[in-house]
Ligand binder design. Structure first.
Ligand SMILES: *Cc1c(COP(=O)(O)O)cnc(C)c1O
Length: 387
């Protein structure tokens, strides 16, 4: 971190442990600088163990994993892919890479994830319009499990394969089962801001050995079996390097600790923000069976009071963000819904009021696992000044 930023509180900075350097050092010492190597296989084995999924392929990013995952599910030009509107753009960009169209669906107000009723409406309507969606991308935003029982039942009813974008949800569980293990393919991200990081990286997990094999093939330029370079399909250069996988090995050993700490940070905010007089914010509780990794603690400012005097100054996320910025504290709005992005103007959308409302009222608070109680108090005090 740059020295002038010594007291800046970031939203979710990388947090390294003690063993990453050993794995990286060993890779360099053994000259395993070429992409594949023991750290890569070790990292993949660690992810399989943590998620209970049979196969893992470590890739250069979560976005690359979503791209390959959609190819595995057969998505191609002209296809439609169901996707929540309320997510990071990386969830939906790979749909465009493939010449397919996203069909966006609103959130439900409890988990903020894709609404099962709206999803059913979308599926029925797309089929009535003559095209059955090729796949569903399921996202667990900020680590919170989506409404899995309803969504899995709907996907089974319509035979829709699921790509589970668990980029933000490593370590989260539903009925004790790790997220990322519910879809035909699951995706994780190890970007610098995620709960664990390799600086940049991702992974695709699946219980299907054939799909895992195909992922490795596509991620390494789709080389056919031959002594010379022979190609009959488009390939990609998406493999994670053995050096970065070394960071990942060190990080994976910290997963339980990091989830515990993120959850403690959430609880701290929940308790202490409630005590601040005049602070009208809400934090999302976990529905029964859900255990969120609480990647980021998010708050919602209370909705506008319809009886309030018109023109009464309401605290908005932007006023809070600016106020925290004066204290050198980073905080960010929630993801701006994709159906409101210029990039996706033409895409169909089912509903939209719920995620649009969340966006206008929500904020992400600093949630890095290296945060101290003193730093948490700094955030709470700066927040209190806004109300
Ligand atoms: C971070 C993220 C991704 C993309 O992961 P990268 O590793 O940054 O490519 C995809 N989906 C969601 C929901 C994310 O938060």
């Amino acid at each position: 971190m740059r020295s002038q930023d010594h007291d800046r509180l970031f939203l979710s900075p990388p947090h390294l442990g003690r063993h990453e350097m050993n794995y990286v050092h060993k890779a360099i010492e053994d000259n395993w600088v070429a992409p594949a190597g023991p750290n890569l296989t070790g990292f993949e084995a660690d992810i399989c163990e943590a998620t209970g999924v049979a196969h893992c392929v470590a890739l250069s990013s979560g976005t690359a994993a979503i791209h390959l995952g959609l190819i595995l599910l057969g998505v191609g030009p002209g296809d439609e892919v169901l996707c929540p509107s309320f997510t990071f753009v990386a969830t939906a960009n790979p749909i465009l890479y493939l010449g397919a169209t996203p069909v966006f669906v609103d959130s439900e107000p409890d988990t903020w994830n894709i609404c099962p009723e709206r999803l059913r409406e979308a599926v029925v309507d797309r089929i009535a319009k003559g095209k059955k969606p090729k796949a569903l991308i399921l996202v667990h935003l900020y680590g919170m499990p989506a409404r899995l029982p309803e969504i899995l039942a709907l996907a089974a009813e319509y035979e829709l394969p699921i790509l589970e974008d668990a980029a933000e949800a490593l370590g989260s569980r539903f009925n004790k089962q790790p997220l990322g293990s519910f879809g035909t393919v699951g995706v994780f991200s190890f970007n610098g801001n995620k709960i664990l990081t390799t600086s940049g990286g991702g992974a695709l997990v699946t219980n299907d050995a054939e799909l895992a094999k195909k992922t490795r093939f596509l991620a390494t330029q789709a080389k056919d079996e031959a002594p010379h370079y022979q190609h009959s399909q488009v390939g990609y250069n998406y493999r994670l390097s053995n050096i970065l996988a070394g960071i990942g090995r060190g990080q994976m050993g910290l997963l339980e600790d990091r989830v515990k700490k993120r959850r403690e940070i959430f609880s701290w905010y929940q308790e202490n923000l409630a005590r601040l007089p005049g602070l009208s914010v809400a934090l999302a509780p976990e529905p029964a069976g859900s255990c969120s990794n609480r990647w980021l603690t998010t708050i919602l400012l209370k909705p506008a009071d319809p009886d309030a005097t018109p023109g009464t100054a309401l605290v908005t996320p932007e006023t809070v963000r600016r106020q925290l910025e004066t204290h050198n504290i980073e905080c960010r709005p929630l993801w701006k819904p994709l159906h409101l992005q210029p990039l996706f103007q033409a895409a169909p959308m089912y509903g939209g009021e719920v995620c649009a409302d969340l966006f206008t009222r929500g904020l992400c608070l600093p949630s890095g696992t290296a945060m101290t109680d003193v730093e948490l108090r700094r955030v709470a005090e700066a927040l209190a000044e806004c109300f």
